[in-house]
Design a protein around this ligand. Structure first.
Ligand SMILES: Nc1ncnc2c1ncn2[C@@H]1O[C@H](COP(=O)(O)OS(=O)(=O)O)[C@@H](OP(=O)(O)O)[C@H]1O
Ligand SMILES: Nc1ncnc2c1ncn2[C@@H]1O[C@H](COP(=O)(O)OP(=O)(O)O)[C@@H](O)[C@H]1O
Length: 197
């Protein structure tokens, strides 16, 4: 594929953007069940970075599944392609000097690892939003668990489709025990510890 494709050496590289922005760039990858709190925590982290005048951007279902990935559903291969595209976009954001946050279920370890391997070591932070299924189901913010239990939705993650918990995430957040603010602060503390911000 693409034998006539030439690669252009951009004169501006990631280090230029990072230097200008005054901070590191990379991917903060939130993964967890529907309703576990990925969007809520990622949004709060994004706000905190914005308040610090850092360049960050949140990719989530609202701006990705309705646009770039509107052709994809929830079959295993569609989810794989969803995550592959999001990974490539996240890499581009990283190259632009941006701290990119992603909030997708991303249920398969292999798919998440593939994204991790697109990036240099240390530039991918996997954040496991660890919330028991029973709690997610109780929250049921979109009423989807109810539909999944009644069979109205088939192949719903956690009910009749798998979720593979991360094997070695950089961070684990227990959203059923700590509030959104505390969880968001855990991420910010980690970024400070790693010298990203
Ligand atoms: N079958 C099925 N399984 C899981 N989720 C479903 C399904 N159908 C629709 N939804 C809604 O889509 C949201 C998940 O989209 P994602 O792009 O994060 O999924 S994935 O990473 O490709 O698995 C998901 O939840 P959130 O995690 O709250 O965004 C649901 O709102
Ligand atoms: N500590 C917490 N972290 C994140 N969400 C929480 C927390 N405690 C309660 N919630 C609630 O749980 C729901 C999580 O929904 P959402 O953020 O959309 O999850 P997801 O993006 O994983 O589907 C929200 O209604 C949120 O207010």
């Amino acid at each position: 594929m693409g034998s006539n494709l030439t690669w252009h050496d951009a004169s501006l590289q990631v280090d230029h953007y990072r230097k200008r922005n005054g901070h590191h760039s990379g991917v903060i990858w939130f993964t967890g069940l529907s309703g576990s709190g990925k969007s809520s925590v990622a949004n709060r982290v994004n706000e905190k970075l914005y308040e610090k005048h850092l360049q960050s951007y949140l990719l989530d279902g609202d701006n990705v599944r309705h646009g770039l990935n509107q052709d994809l559903g929830f079959a295993t291969q569609d989810r794989e392609e969803n995550i592959r595209r999001i990974g490539e976009v996240a890499k581009l954001f990283t190259d632009s000097g941006t701290i990119v946050l992603t909030a997708f279920i991303s249920p398969y370890q292999e798919d998440r690892d593939r994204v991790r391997n697109l990036l240099p070591e240390g530039d991918f932070i996997e954040v496991f939003i660890d919330c028991p299924l029973a709690e997610c189901e109780k929250r049921d913010p979109k009423g989807l668990y109810e539909k999944a239990r009644s069979g109205e939705i088939k192949g719903f993650t956690g009910i009749d489709a798998p979720y593979e918990a991360p094997t070695s995430p950089e961070l684990v957040l227990h959203t059923h025990e700590r509030d959104i603010e505390t969880c968001a602060n855990q991420v910010i503390d980690y970024l400070e510890e790693k010298g990203w911000v």
